[in-house]
Design a protein around this ligand. Structure first.
Ligand code: FAD
Length: 392
């Protein structure tokens, strides 16, 4: 029962609190110890990823138990992204692509047979999922996509290339993930399909290496060459998926904002602790006004974006039929910028130590940059927000 006097925006129920504690325990014991190693190796820790299934995190937003769901809400989604990302944003990005971009998209838009076929494996972690929208020649301008599907007998024939696909491959041998939710043109309209890794004509073009950050997640180019997709793998009706894409982008942006929040939180903790211990000119560096400015501004900005993100998740729950595009765009824009700025300040407070991997903040700073690009660039969000504001 909720007690309004004790209401917490960040842990609104005992289930949310327990979820956060469980993830913090996982982070401390399993995620943090491997984070720097997998960043350096530029590898995806598949074995550890599958454990998220045992913890109930992969089907977090799915209601039904028989589909592997944990029946939680968007606040829980923020909690999981915030806490995982506070330790290992790359690993968390793989989690987002699998659970939100692929699994939750299927859950919201697929038919019952498709849900029964694909979701239990995705929720348990036995199968790995991805979502493919971006292409070599277009990202922001998603509607310019060239990938297309043509109906032929009992199949669609899919042709095109998809670029930057998180989880597109799961190892260095370019082994494809199990299921990719692919957006493609059918005539002038957008449809989406679930492509299985065994489908003829589907392959991984390349594992994209040498990334600045998010190195613990795999990013791949995917190739579809006369790929035969059974009609049973079309999601919804043909031409229906622009709305699926737009709705999923809202949730994606909220989750990405949660990731930036996790980065900001960790960087604030690290710079705060460091400045308590570090001396310069026989004084604590905390006594210097410039260091105080870094700490104070980071705290104030972290708290304000934290409230905005959790409040947006709460509003989405209270008004599920309303379109929440404006605030999902706005939280991602603001959190993306603040995550990077606060990570940058943390490096500055740590001086030379901030510049090396062992002290964590350099990795978080590199990871934070992606959150100004992926899932909608800052510039695209600014345009969207301005347009949405016309309707206020
Ligand atoms: C590590 C990583 C993981 C990713 N994971 C996925 C994934 O799982 N699935 C997926 O589908 N995609 C994924 N992406 C792709 C990502 O969403 C795109 O990179 C992003 O949407 C930007 O598209 P683009 O790279 O083609 O840049 P472009 O769209 O070409 O943009 C280039 C520049 O032009 C600006 N610009 C473009 N149009 C406008 C405009 N109208 N007004 C003002 N400025 C504009 C942009 O803001 C940007 O600064 C991933 C990318 C990376 C790097």
């Amino acid at each position: 029962m909720s007690d309004t006097n004790n209401f917490s925006l960040f842990n609104p129920s005992s289930e949310h609190k327990a979820l956060r504690e469980m993830i913090l325990d996982f982070v401390k014991k399993e995620l943090e110890p491997q984070a720097l190693e997998f960043d350096k190796k530029e590898e995806f820790n598949l074995e550890l990823f599958r454990k998220l299934g045992q913890l109930g995190l992969l089907g977090l937003l799915i209601k039904e138990e028989d589909l592997g769901g944990s029946n939680m809400d968007l606040t829980a989604m923020i909690i999981s992204h915030e806490e995982l990302s506070s330790s290992d944003p790359g690993f968390c990005l793989a989690y987002l692509a699998h659970s939100v971009l692929c699994g939750y998209n299927i859950y919201r838009n697929a038919n019952e047979d498709q849900k029964k076929k694909f979701l239990p494996g995705l929720s348990s972690g036995e199968k790995i999922g991805a979502m493919a929208m971006s292409e070599p020649d277009c990202g922001t301008d998603a509607l310019a996509m060239k990938t297309h599907a043509i109906k032929k007998d009992s199949h669609y024939i899919l042709n095109g290339r998809k670029m930057w696909i998180t989880n597109g491959c799961i190892d260095n041998n370019k082994q494809a993930c199990d299921y990719v939710l692919v957006y493609a043109k059918t005539g002038e309209k957008i449809s989406s399909f679930i492509v299985e890794k065994s489908f003829k004509g589907f392959s991984v073009g390349q594992k994209i290496g040498d990334k600045l950050g998010m190195r613990a997640s795999n990013t791949a180019e995917l190739v579809f060459e006369n790929c035969e997709v059974p009609k049973s793998h079309l999601i919804g009706e043909e031409g229906d998926s622009l709305i699926h894409m737009m709705q999923n982008l809202e949730v994606e942006r909220l989750a990405l904002a949660g990731m930036s929040l996790g980065i900001a939180k960790r960087c604030l903790e690290i710079m705060n602790k460091y400045s308590l211990e570090r001396q310069s000119f026989k004084k604590s560096i905390r006594s210097f006004g410039q260091i105080q400015k870094y700490l104070a501004k980071s705290y104030a900005e972290y708290q304000s974006i934290r409230s905005y993100i959790y409040n947006t998740a709460r509003q989405m729950k209270l008004e599920p039929s309303k379109n929440h595009r404006l605030d999902c765009d706005a939280v991602k824009l603001l959190a993306g910028e603040l995550g990077k700025v606060i990570a940058d300040r943390a490096i500055q407070v740590l001086g030379g130590y901030g510049y090396v991997g062992e002290y964590v903040v350099e990795r978080l700073w590199r990871d934070a940059k992606l959150l100004e690009i992926g899932g909608g660039t800052n510039e695209a969000l600014e345009k969207n927000i301005t347009k949405e504001l016309e309707n206020l």
